[in-house]
Write a protein that binds this ligand. Structure first.
Ligand SMILES: [Zn+2]
Length: 354
């Protein structure tokens, strides 16, 4: 149905006469994406949406992990693939704040800023709008819960470094599930308040979570627990999961550790796919905010899992990153799109025309 509509649009034909159009758009100072299509009676709606972001996880990171892991990953079994253009409103190379904001809010943003469009207007995130629609919401990450990517889903601040303001924003955001590092970013009173306001709270004691090699199954287990809590909401839920440390290891050119982080993230994807077998009214989208390190795979052996790579920068690179999708509405995530298209496509998939 969607492919047919898309073809019709490409050929310059309008929607069938009398058909009611359904649109999702985000008002942005710069670079929002409007997504429209004719409403159809048989359209299925995703009750639950799970958005998984590998921070810095470009195609190169995925394929390094795939080669190391005996030519298999959960991520690469997802039936729909696309590409996401990562440039920000201010830079050709995005940071995680602008990248996170584009994904979370659907607006191109200025590097370093969170939850604001290019003119500094606050834009509601996927989590906020899903909450308004009655859905439960959660975040599970492997660095501080106040770090740029998760913060893009609840904070509206000019600087990603304004941790006190970001921590306060999280207290008032209304998440049902919060799991990650960063307990030191909150006072004892704030932690107690967050405990009261959430149905599941896991804050690792250190500022950040441990690296994958020392974290064990922490991340896949938190995702499993989060799904069990969130699935109880009769209106469905929105869950954001971030493999936060893939980026860190790529910044310092630790190929093996970066692969361990990517495999940990992939096991969390496996938990979601297993859960989706009994919850087919769910959309899963897996993507990245940007690629980190300009990794290139220079030697590999599929039999032994040997992978060698070279990095070209200690920063992020400017390549488009992959998008993988499964479940209800997954077919929307094909093609090469701006990262600002993810949010309106998710709203459309969830039946939330704006
Ligand atoms: Zn980074």
């Amino acid at each position: 149905m969607y492919a047919g509509w898309f073809l019709a649009a490409m050929l310059g034909m309008g929607a069938a006469e009398g058909a009611v159009e359904s649109c999702a758009t985000v008002p942005c100072a710069a670079g929002g994406t409007k997504v429209c299509e004719p409403a159809t009676a048989e359209r299925k709606v995703a009750r639950n949406v799970i958005l998984m972001i590998g921070d810095g996880m470009g195609s190169e990171q995925v394929w390094a992990a795939w080669l190391y892991n005996g030519s298999k990953l959960n991520i690469t079994t997802l039936p729909v693939t696309g590409m996401s253009i990562t440039t920000s409103a201010s830079h050709g190379i995005t940071d995680s704040a602008a990248g996170g904001t584009a994904i979370a809010c659907g607006c191109k943003a200025i590097n370093g800023q969170l939850g604001l469009d290019a003119k500094g207007n606050a834009v509601e995130s996927l989590a906020a709008r899903m909450r308004k629609a009655g859905k439960a919401t959660g975040i599970v990450v492997t660095k501080s819960v106040t770090d740029a990517t998760p913060a893009a889903f609840y904070a509206h601040v000019k600087s990603r470094k304004d941790t006190p303001a970001i921590a306060r924003a999280l207290l008032n955001a209304g998440f049902d599930v919060v799991a990650g590092g960063g307990s030191a970013d909150f006072s004892a009173e704030q932690r107690a308040e967050l405990e009261k306001k959430t149905r599941m709270l896991e804050l690792a004691a250190a500022g950040e979570c441990e690296p994958a090699s020392r974290r064990g199954d922490w991340m896949p287990q938190q995702v499993e627990k989060a799904l069990r809590v969130l699935e109880k909401d009769k209106d469905g839920f929105f869950l954001m999961v971030e493999g936060s440390r893939i980026d860190m290891e790529a910044h310092v050119h630790h190929l093996k550790e970066m692969i361990m982080e990517t495999l940990d993230f992939d096991r969390a994807v496996g938990v979601v796919l297993e859960w989706m077998k009994n919850h087919p009214d769910t959309l899963l989208v897996v993507t990245a905010d940007h690629q980190t390190g300009g990794l290139s795979i220079t030697n590999a052996n599929r039999e032994t899992g040997m992978v060698k790579g070279e990095y070209t920068t200690f920063q992020h690179s400017g390549v488009a990153v992959p998008v993988y999708a499964a479940g209800v509405g997954a077919e929307r995530f094909t093609g090469v799109r701006e990262n600002t298209a993810l949010a309106p496509e998710i709203y459309q998939a969830a039946g939330m025309a704006l």
